[in-house]
Design a protein around this ligand. Sequence first.
Ligand code: PLP
Length: 399
Amino acid sequence: MNSSLFPTYARADVAFERGEGAWLFSANGDRYLDFGSGVAVNSLGYAHPHLVSALRDAAERPWHVSNLYRIPQTERLAQRLTTATFADLAFFANSGAEAVECAIKTARKFHAANGAPERYRLITFEGAFHGRTLATLAAGGNPKYLDGFGPKVEGFDPAPFGDLAAVEALIGPETAGVLLEPIQGEGGVRVFSRSFLKGLRELCDKRGLLLVVDEVQTGVGRTGTFLCVEQAGIAPDIAALAKGLGGGFPIGACLASKEAAKGMTLGAHGSTFGGNPLAAAVGNAVLDVILSPGFMERVGRLSPLLRQRLAELADHHPSVIEAVRGEGLMFGLKTRVANTALVAAARGAGLLTIAAGDNVVRLLPPLIIEEDHIAEAARRLDSACAELERGPKPQPGAI
Ligand SMILES: *Cc1c(COP(=O)(O)O)cnc(C)c1O
C-alpha cells in the first residue's frame, strides 16, 4: 500500500464509507458486522440519529471556546458524569492517554497537597495498557512500546496480575496509590476478580493510598454498569474515561472525588481543546442514551447471551478457541491459532474483531446491538473458525 502515513499500524486493506447501527459498508459494497467498534469507541454504533442531530446542532454554534470562559455544555457534562458516579469533579481531555495522564497527576498532586510530595509512585499491573504518552507508556510497562524512547518516566511499580500480597509488599514510603484497568483490554481481556478489587480498595484505605482506575475501555456502560468497578461494589478515588464517552468523537475525562482532587488547584493542569463545546455536545448526547432508563440493564442482559454463543463456539472449535473471558459486552477469545489469523478469517467472513495481547481476539460490539446481531456474529465466527480448521488456503497459482 502506498501511504504517506507513519507505518506504525498494520492496516487491513479495506476502507469503510458508510455505517449504520452495528454495520459498516466498504467502498466496494461489502457489509461487515462490527464487533470491534473502533476499539470500544463507537458505543452507539454508526449514524445514531440522536448523536448525528446533536453534532449537527453543535456545528452551527461555536465549535471551540477556550477554557478561559464558561462552557455550559461542558459544565453540564461534568455535572452528569459526577452524578452518575462516585466523583465530585471532572477534567476533560481529548483522549484516553490524556485522561490517564491527568489521573496520574491528580494522584501525585494529592499527596503533595498533603505535605508528602515524596509520595509519587503508583503500583501498576503486569499486562496493563494506559496509553502512548511517555508517562502512560511507563505506567503500562510494555517493553516493546517503551523501546527506543529514552529513559522511562519514573514512578511506576508493576505487580503480578491479581496478586494482592505482591501489591502490599510493593507499598513503600513513596507510594501514592494503585492504578489499574478493572479489565485489562489491550492486555487480552484479563478480568480482575471482584474480590481482588474489593481487597485492593480495603488495602488502599488501610494504607492511605488512592485507588485510580483506568476505565478508558471498560467505562461508560461497556460492562453493564457506568463504571466497571461498580460491579465489585467499590468506588475508586480517581477514574479515567475516554473511548465510549464520545461515541466516535475524541473526548476523555478524568473524574475524582473532591478530596482526591484537592491538589488540582488553579493553574495545576490544562488542555486547549479539552471539553470544548463540540466534544461536550456529543458527550452529552451519548449520555442521553447510555443513562436512559433500562439501557445499561439491557447490556447486562445481552452479556450472558453473547457469552453462551462464544462458549458454544469454543466447544465446537477447540483447536481454534481455547477460552472465553470478559464481562458485559467486552469479551476475549483466547486462541490456539495466531489471534491475527482469527481476526483476518473473521473479517473475511464479514465480522470485525480486534486483536489483543495474550493471543486474544477481542469482541467489543456497539452497546446498541440486539439478539440477532449476536446470532449473526456467532455464525460468522463459526465459519471463520471452520476455515482455520481446514488449514491454510492454497496460494493463488500454487497448484
Ligand atoms: C485505549 C486505552 C487507552 C489510551 O487511549 P487513547 O485514546 O488511545 O490515548 C488508555 N487506557 C486504556 C485502558 C485503553 O483501553
